[in-house]
Design a protein around this ligand. Structure first.
Ligand SMILES: *Cc1c(COP(=O)(O)O)cnc(C)c1O
Length: 224
């Protein structure tokens, strides 16, 4: 883990009044604990099971963000504690979040993940799917979820122009919704974009929440 890197990233993120989500997926609880002792409170994981295991071993004041793709059958395990769900990419996922949040008497904060990359592999709503969901009468009936904003992942490329264009597009949509459908709703105020490789561009393009893993914790090794 690189604590010096952490301090400089944090300073930059703070200078934009943005929130730093420390992405600790695949990393041991000891690393999370060490960063938590430096004052980091928000941690991001991309597997529900892994997040639940870690949550049970770590201090209660940690805010857990689920940033990965959501398997609906596992939502119930995180429902009691997860503070923000970034990866809502289908109406069905939102319905399940609502159902499980209701059971534990919570209102679940979440972000809608938009597909902005020029890649098939990334998840997320496209414009049409988003419009359909927003127009669906049953959408307005969901009492136990609160849409806090949008999340997106740019194309994995060295082409800075392309990344910037995708982030710009997401920001425009975010502002449209903020001034439109969500104008009379409380708390639509989070734009989650930017990771280790592109967070500087994301901040310039209006991100107010960045999700950074490898720059803080070092490269991930999946071959265990
Ligand atoms: C892993 C992950 C990140 C962090 O990636 P790094 O490149 O290590 O910073 C951010 N967002 C999502 C959705 C991720 O899955």
């Amino acid at each position: 883990m690189d604590l010096e890197n952490y301090q400089s990233i944090l300073a930059k993120v703070n200078s934009y009044d943005a929130t730093l989500v420390a992405v600790s997926k695949t990393k041991p609880v000891e690393d999370i604990e060490a960063l938590h002792q430096k004052g980091q409170v928000v941690f991001g994981e991309n597997k529900i099971q892994e997040m639940c295991d870690k949550q049970s071993q770590l201090p209660d004041d940690i805010e857990w963000h689920m940033i990965g793709h959501i398997q609906r059958n596992k939502v119930k395990y995180m429902a009691p504690f997860v503070s923000l769900v970034h990866g809502v990419d289908r109406f069905k996922v939102l319905r399940e979040l609502n159902k499980q949040a209701q059971k534990v008497e919570r209102v679940q904060d979440c972000l809608l993940q938009m597909h902005i990359a020029d890649e098939e592999s990334k998840f997320g709503f496209d414009q049409k799917e988003l419009e359909e969901m927003l127009a669906d009468p049953s959408f307005a009936e969901l009492q136990n979820v609160r849409i806090r904003g949008l999340m997106g992942m740019a194309t994995f490329t060295d082409d800075e122009k392309q990344i910037r264009k995708e982030f710009k597009g997401l920001r425009q949509l975010y502002e449209q919704l903020q001034n439109g459908v969500f104008a009379d709703k409380q708390g639509f105020s989070i734009l989650s974009m930017g990771m280790s490789g592109d967070y500087a561009i994301a901040l310039e393009e209006g991100s107010n929440m960045v999700r950074i893993g490898s720059l803080i914790f070092g490269e991930r090794h999946y071959d265990k």
